[in-house]
Design a protein around this ligand. Structure first.
Ligand SMILES: Nc1ncnc2c1ncn2[C@@H]1O[C@H](COP(=O)(O)OP(=O)(O)OP(=O)(O)O)[C@@H](O)[C@H]1O
Ligand SMILES: [Mg+2]
Ligand SMILES: [Zn+2]
Length: 458
């Protein structure tokens, strides 16, 4: 007899708890536990140990390479590790409205010449998907649409059609009618995903699961599916800006430090194979408060413009706002500038913005943020063709950042003639040496005082 039982699940990691707690004991997130009914089969019989499959020596397995399909979306193909692997499973996670359905329609269209796609839409009507597909110009006979919320029925159609690619948009919108509870619960999301993967294995097709990430945690997050699939891609960006980043957080078929860059347009996602050009566009005549820097996103260098604006604050409560940059780090830089250089920033509002809508965590940005702030404060523009990068310490010291040579090369490619950077310590052996010919002239500073002197901002 199956027995019903109440269990508490974490919507972030899927961890199970017997009672409600404010904090998940598995992943330490707060307020993520929700109550769910689960049906437990009575399994008092112990399983027999009959070998159903025999183990094979590793060396005797045929090493046929898996077929990869190129979608033609260069940034997507490279994040996947040179295309979508046949028969693989992929989870595409992202916040609502970020462009997941758009990306997948474009993927299906890119693969249409190579095989059939079944697109199961659990959220949008056929009409809505069709409207988007015509806007994106991705209409094809080889993309078959099904608006369905019940996973059994959806997979029944998949088994009939046997497509090369199955897209489930989204795991939270579909439900298994044989299980209790509503769609989007931890039990349901797991069951839906497991059923999709099972069916895909049976058909031999690749499967893409869409997973919504929400901050509220009312629906189960995609994180609890990460271990079940081959590849996990996070789709990130600010919904109000056009820039989108596709990041591989897990990949059984490629590197995980790859980042794909796209621009969201009316015609869909446009791969940006030269993100530096995109970020620097619009930086023609250099105003006070503007500094150019180079960050690394995975293995890719990207040139960026850092903007700072210093304005007198009213009524003595100075505001500090950072868009695309860590506010805590901004406060640290301001403290260093105030305490070590006596700059009058305490009575000023400080705004820092990374042009283009990227969120940057690379500490190599520090020196350029400091330079942009001082440049704005003194209303003095920085020199043209100057690239600035380096990490700043609390004592005002500058620390070298990894992959300087790579950053310099990117700067040179986009016409930067000079680079201000921290004094380079002994170069680590695996790091490449800067190539004299294709590098900007580099000016090295040991601390912020030297750097500001070089910039003429002391
Ligand atoms: N005409 C348009 N021009 C430019 N961008 C558009 C246009 N229409 C939609 N978009 C962009 O597409 C985004 C929605 O894309 P999409 O529906 O693929 O996202 P999603 O991640 O699937 O969202 P959901 O969570 O609703 O499923 C919008 O937020 C907007 O940025
Ligand atoms: Mg969608
Ligand atoms: Zn948890």
């Amino acid at each position: 007899m199956p027995k019903e039982k109440i269990t508490f699940f974490c919507t972030a990691c899927g961890g199970e708890s017997v009672r409600w707690q404010g904090r998940c004991p598995h992943c330490a997130e707060w307020n993520t536990l929700v109550e769910e009914r689960v049906i437990k089969e009575n399994s008092s019989k112990s399983k027999p140990h009959h070998p159903l499959k025999q183990a094979i020596p590793l060396s005797e397995l045929s090493g046929e390479p898996q077929t990869r399909w190129l979608s033609g979306l260069s940034e997507l193909d490279s994040v996947l590790g040179n295309g979508l692997t046949q028969g693989s499973s992929l989870l595409l996670a992202g916040e609502p409205g970020i462009g997941k359905s758009t990306l997948l329609l474009q993927l299906a269209f890119g693969l249409a010449k190579q095989g059939q796609t079944l697109y199961v839409s659990g959220e949008e009507s056929l009409q809505q998907v069709q409207t988007r597909a015509s806007r994106l110009q991705t209409l094809s006979d080889n993309i078959l649409l099904l608006a369905e919320n019940e996973i059994g029925r959806a997979l029944g159609e998949a088994l009939r059609l046997r497509p090369a690619l199955l897209i489930i948009d989204s795991v939270q919108a579909l439900y298994d009618s044989e299980l209790g509870g509503s769609g989007g619960s931890v039990t349901q999301v797991r069951a839906v995903a497991a059923a999709c993967l099972e069916a895909a294995r049976h058909i031999g097709c690749a499967v893409v699961l869409v997973g919504h990430v929400t901050k509220e945690g009312q629906i189960a997050g995609p994180r609890l599916l990460e271990h079940m699939v081959d590849t996990v891609l996070n789709f990130e960006g600010d919904r109000h800006q056009a820039l989108r980043l596709l990041r591989a957080v897990k990949n059984r078929f490629g590197a995980t430090n790859e980042v794909g860059v796209f621009e969201m347009t009316g015609l869909g996602l446009l791969p940006l194979d030269q993100p530096s050009a995109y970020f620097l566009s619009g930086r023609e005549n250099i105003r006070p408060g503007s500094a150019a820097t180079c960050i690394m996103q995975g293995s890719r260098p990207m040139l960026l413009e850092v903007q700072a604006l210093i304005a007198p604050s009213s009524f003595g409560n100075a505001r500090r706002l950072a868009a695309g940059y860590d506010t805590q780090r901004l406060l640290m830089i301001l403290a260093v500038l105030e305490r070590r250089f006596g700059l009058p920033l305490g009575s000023k509002d400080v705004y820092v913005n990374i042009a283009g809508g990227l969120r940057v965590e690379d500490t190599a940005l520090d020196l350029s943020v400091a330079a942009a702030i001082v440049s704005s404060l003194k209303e003095q523009p920085l020199e043209e063709g100057l690239l600035i990068f380096g990490e700043l310490g609390l004592l005002g010291e500058l620390r070298a950042v990894p992959l300087s040579a790579r950053r310099l090369r990117e700067g040179a490619a986009f016409g930067f003639s000079t680079a201000l950077m921290p004094k380079q310590a002994q170069r680590r052996r695996h790091e490449e040496k800067p190539d004299k010919k294709s590098s900007p002239r580099s000016l090295e500073a040991a601390d912020l005082a030297q750097a500001l002197a070089i910039l003429g901002l002391d």
